[in-house]
Design a protein around this ligand. Sequence first.
Ligand SMILES: C[C@](O)(CO)[C@H](O)COP(=O)(O)OP(=O)(O)OC[C@H]1O[C@@H](n2ccc(N)nc2=O)[C@H](O)[C@@H]1O
Ligand SMILES: Nc1ncnc2c1ncn2[C@@H]1O[C@H](COP(=O)(O)OP(=O)(O)OP(=O)(O)O)[C@@H](O)[C@H]1O
Length: 267
Amino acid sequence: MILYPPAKINIGLNIVEKRADGYHELETVMAPIPVYDVLEIIQNNHFEWKQSGIPVDGNPDDNLCVRAFRLMQSVYGIGNVYMHLRKQIPMGAGLGGGSSDAAYVINGLNELFLLNISIEKQQELASQLGSDCPFFIRNTAQLATGRGEQLQPIHLKLSGYHLIVVKPSIHVNTRQAYSGVHISGDRGKLEEQLLLPVTEWKAHIKNDFEEHLFVLYPELSEIKTKLYEAGAVYASMSGSGSAVFGIFETVPQHFNTEGCIVFQSSF
Ligand SMILES: C[C@](O)(CO)[C@H](O)COP(=O)(O)OP(=O)(O)OC[C@H]1O[C@@H](n2ccc(N)nc2=O)[C@H](O)[C@@H]1O
Ligand SMILES: Nc1ncnc2c1ncn2[C@@H]1O[C@H](COP(=O)(O)OP(=O)(O)OP(=O)(O)O)[C@@H](O)[C@H]1O
């Protein structure tokens, strides 16, 4: 089988508190965006792993695809597979590519080995691999709370808007981004703020990672300013960065979209 794990963006991200286990309690909305990795999974008589495209650093055994396979094998006793990941989603970008890969391995193995695992159980398995992973099991716009694994589908009224996602050549490590974050506390209900017209989001909806990462990397703040200057109704960094996106009513005439992800929203 060939699968296409997508990336995501975060719209709003409130860090509510730091928990005793070291994770942060948050409130964010995630939505899938049309940029994809490619994942091939075939039953095989021994385990074989191949990775192409953008090189993923670290030991192959630490790759989230391999970890997801090992988890599924230990829980369900499934046979071996050949797995090939072609990496296309930029890393260190807050676009959740690795998490998406892991979720798609769980979902793919469920189908390949006819395991009939419920969505809720797949999400629970995915949460063992990373906070963002469960989101990609359902893969529609969802409000995420807890450490990111408590999910609730949400309707965003963005259909027809044009989005531009800029990925600067800055790699932000998620753990380090969390270590410098300022706790906003409870800033009001994100799900209610999202009901406001998109033109009012700018005044209400924030990403708490921006404050310290914009000081560390002024280029990120400059990109956001340029998106607004080009006519964005809302612009923000995604997750822990470094990708920054803008939402436009019409395609901007004066914004250089070379190397950017550009699409019309379907959510
Ligand atoms: C920034 C977001 O992308 C927003 O959607 C996510 O919160 C990140 O989720 P993720 O990449 O799946 O992160 P994980 O692999 O679970 O955790 C990586 C590291 O980020 C920190 N972390 C992550 C999630 C969370 N709610 N609080 C945290 O403090 C922890 O230090 C953790 O060791
Ligand atoms: N399949 C995978 N795809 C991408 N990265 C992976 C994968 N498996 C393991 N990783 C590790 O995760 C790192 C990327 O995670 P990092 O938190 O830095 O960035 P991110 O893509 O912005 O994640 P997020 O959006 O979840 O915050 C890679 O540098 C690599 O070491």
